[in-house]
Design a protein around this ligand. Structure first.
Ligand code: BGC
Length: 449
């Protein structure tokens, strides 16, 4: 258990937790919801480690009031959830399904009544299947469709959502979804997946315009970043590090911040039409940063199809995902963003930060997760250090409120501050929940409960 008092954060610093629709909602066939690429993928044999699906997940669709009460008890000032596109447009096009919007309308009102600001992500990887059948994000049309969907959501929720996030982790969606096939839609195009980068970014830019036309609320995107640790000291190792940094950290940031694509990253520049880069570079109010761990990179073996080789970063404790617990990487990353983009960098919020451990109730029925407490303590101190370094960080969202359905890992990885028994749907706050509640209260000058 950390013993030093928690660092202080500026007044108004946003404290939040994040979730996503398919990982918690369940109710996949209710109230007119259509099928998404994740429904199809999860139901395909061999795709998910434990053979599970998100059909029920945490049953949040029916239990959202209980989950809002958990948020209120935690004392967070914001909750980042995602809107399931197939609930709003079951086929990915056409008018809104009112029942789908109603669900998020109720959620937003319940959050506001509990004193929690709604932060809505429009796309957390659940593309309506009919759009995938028409080419998915490889097709330019997906960008236009996404903006039309954003307009429908903003028309209904735009008066109450406090921060909009267009896309979640477009890099992961491109690389695992279309590059290597570990995620939905399961395509294995490697570098031929690059149109997916451009069309997602174009969709983001068009959605920013749609949101601006409907609401005065601030707009962001949530990118994932990983500081690159070059393993080895040859020129080839350093070149591999630079190639990976361009792909993972700059491909989705340089164009957003007006620099166009980093050299060499866009395998097929013909997908970029006149005016696209200006659309993509529409000013955003916040850059969402999802951070989990640094990446070790070295020169590839001869004959490798990739310009780099990834290798484990040693010297840190590890999570159940075998990811290194490296809070120093978060400070390094925030410094890198500031150093690389200078005054073009908008204020930053950490939109995801968290860890999976094999948490289970003890004989006393409680769930003790000291590793998660140490993880959060370390990462909050890293954010504080980055503030001291001069980076304008305005918020920190823990991934995640609940143990949930972790994509290709199914139910085998638990990221929650709250334990979920998937057989009964019983929610049990872990010791990290109490720790975070007291930490937030302390940084806001309130006595611990
Ligand atoms: C995603 C989440 C995921 C988390 C942990 C992020 O890449 O946005 O949906 O659960 O990482 O893997």
């Amino acid at each position: 258990m950390p013993t030093a008092p928690p660092p202080q954060f500026p007044a108004g610093f946003r404290w939040g937790v994040s979730t996503s629709a398919y990982q918690i909602e369940g109710a996949v066939a209710e109230d007119g919801r259509g099928t998404s690429i994740w429904d199809t993928f999860a139901h395909s044999p061999g795709r998910v480690a434990d053979g599970s699906t998100g059909d029920v997940a945490c049953d949040h669709y029916h239990r959202h009031r209980e989950d809002v009460a958990l948020l209120a008890g935690l004392g967070v000032t914001a909750y980042r959830f995602s809107v399931a596109w197939p609930r709003i447009q079951p086929a990915g096009t056409g008018p809104a399904n009112p029942a789908g919007l109603d669900f998020y309308d109720r959620l937003v009102d319940d959050l506001l009544a509990a004193g929690v600001d709604p932060v809505a992500t429009l796309y957390h990887w659940d593309l309506p299947q009919p759009l995938e059948d028409a080419g998915g994000w490889l097709a330019r049309d997906a960008a236009e469709r996404f903006a039309a969907y954003a307009d429908l959501v903003a028309a209904r929720l735009g008066d109450r959502v406090k921060l909009w996030i267009t896309l979640n982790e477009p890099f992961v969606h491109m690389s695992l979804g279309y590059g290597t096939g570990e995620h939905a839609p399961g395509r294995t195009l490697l570098f031929d997946a690059f149109p997916v980068a451009h069309h997602q970014l174009l969709g983001h830019g068009l959605a920013v315009a749609a949101l601006r036309a409907r609401t005065a609320g601030p707009v962001a995107i949530a990118n994932n970043y990983s500081p690159v640790r070059v393993l080895g000291d040859t020129d080839a190792d350093r070149a591999a590090g630079a190639a990976y940094e361009a792909l993972h950290n700059r491909l989705f940031t340089d164009p957003l911040l007006g620099r166009g694509y980093p050299d060499g990253t866009l395998a097929d520049p013909s997908v970029v039409r006149d005016g696209d880069l200006a659309t993509i570079a529409a000013p955003i109010d916040v850059l969402g940063v999802n951070y989990y761990n640094p990446t070790g990179v070295r020169a590839p073996a001869e004959g490798s199809p990739l310009p780099f080789e990834l290798a484990p970063v040693e010297g840190y404790p590890r999570t159940a995902f075998d990811w290194p617990v490296a809070p120093d990487g978060l400070r390094e990353l925030l410094g890198w963003l500031r150093g690389t983009y200078g005054d073009a960098l908008p204020p930053v919020e950490i939109t995801e930060s968290g860890c999976a451990y094999d948490d289970r109730p003890g004989p006393d029925g409680r769930v003790h997760d000291p590793e998660r407490i140490a993880y959060l303590d370390g990462h909050l101190r890293a954010v504080r250090a980055a503030l001291d370094d001069g980076v304008d960080v305005r918020g920190y969202f823990v991934w995640s409120l609940l143990d949930n359905w972790e994509w290709a890992e199914g139910f085998t990885k638990r990221f929650g501050l709250v334990h979920v028994d998937y057989a009964t749907q019983a929610r049990t706050p872990k010791s990290s929940y109490a720790w975070l509640r007291d930490t937030i209260a302390a940084t806001r000058g309130e006595p611990a409960r």
